[in-house]
Ligand binder design. Structure first.
Ligand SMILES: [Ca+2]
Length: 292
């Protein structure tokens, strides 16, 4: 049913933003290599940090990026990719999870394993293109990836104000959805990346009113890449009424530096003076248990 949810994703995002938090956001998106690159560059500028990567995918201490290309062959196709790689091996403040069976990062040509998930199905090497050659990323078993943010290298939950992702081979609108969740699981709405068959597309969002995204869920319609799994954007579908299927892969992830979640969008930070006043009021009304 994700394809249906996805069709309404942008609308639900707008509603959520209006009803829940009156969030102000900037969204950048583009389909095809040129437009996706422009959108990626605009998104980078929105966050800041320049274009030169430091250690662990850090750009100026304000932005992180994952392009998968530093992952060693031992953790790339046909081997499993460790879900905590980017908080342990190369700490960038994200841990992946999925209700599926795990994750894979695609092979390099030099490894001898077919590139761009040709090891999963031979059609994928020509169906997928890489934005930042040559590795791509995918969940296995189910087309669901959860990305949870932490202070890099720790198990302290964190949040980001910006998140963007580059996709390859999105075939129909709403097939792929990025859901955004706040620190208490609040629904911050959804993003739908634009269509770009056998090409790349990008979408990224920046909250400018203080919201912190604690978790992101990326889903695509139908199955994850796997043997015999192909695109079925139009009827007839091979499984009757199951709906359309879109096999995609994920490339660059870009997000603002994961930061400590000190307050939500509806709980303004209190100054020491405000806290003292509040404590005084509580005491005056006999609300302190200590009085007893
Ligand atoms: Ca596809």
């Amino acid at each position: 049913m994700w394809h249906r949810a996805g069709t309404l994703g942008l609308l639900s995002f707008l509603l959520a933003a209006t009803e829940v938090s009156a969030a102000l956001v900037t969204i950048r998106q583009g389909a095809g290599l040129a437009a996706a690159t422009t959108a990626r560059d605009q998104f980078r500028t929105d966050i800041g940090g320049g274009t030169v990567a430091g250690a662990n995918g850090s750009f100026g201490g304000v932005r992180r990026e994952i392009n998968w290309d530093g992952v060693p062959d031992a953790f790339a196709a046909p081997n499993a990719f460790p879900a905590n790689f980017f908080n342990v091996n190369s700490p960038r403040g994200v841990i992946f999870s999925t209700p599926g069976t795990g994750f894979q990062v695609s092979a390099t040509a030099a490894s001898g394993t077919p590139v761009r998930f040709g090891n999963l199905d031979p059609s994928y090497s020509s169906q997928f293109v890489a934005f930042s050659p040559e590795r791509l990323f995918t969940p296995l078993g189910q087309a669901v990836t959860d990305i949870t943010f932490f202070l890099p290298g720790t198990n302290t939950p964190a949040g980001v104000s910006s998140f963007g992702a580059m996709f390859t081979d999105v075939d129909f609108s709403g097939s792929t959805v990025i859901q955004l969740f706040g620190p208490s699981g609040e629904d911050f709405g959804s993003l739908i990346p634009p269509i770009a068959p056998q090409d790349v597309s990008f979408i990224g969002i920046t909250f400018t009113t203080g919201e912190k995204i604690a978790r992101v869920r990326i889903t695509s319609a139908g199955a994850a890449p796997g043997p015999g799994q192909h695109d079925f954007p139009q009827p007839p579908f091979p499984c009757g009424n199951c709906g359309p299927q879109d096999i995609i892969a994920i490339d660059d992830l870009i997000y603002s530096e994961p930061a400590l979640i000190t307050n939500g969008p509806f709980l303004p930070a209190m100054s020491p003076l405000m806290m003292a006043i509040l404590a005084g009021l509580l005491a005056a009304f006999g609300l302190f248990a200590l009085r007893r």
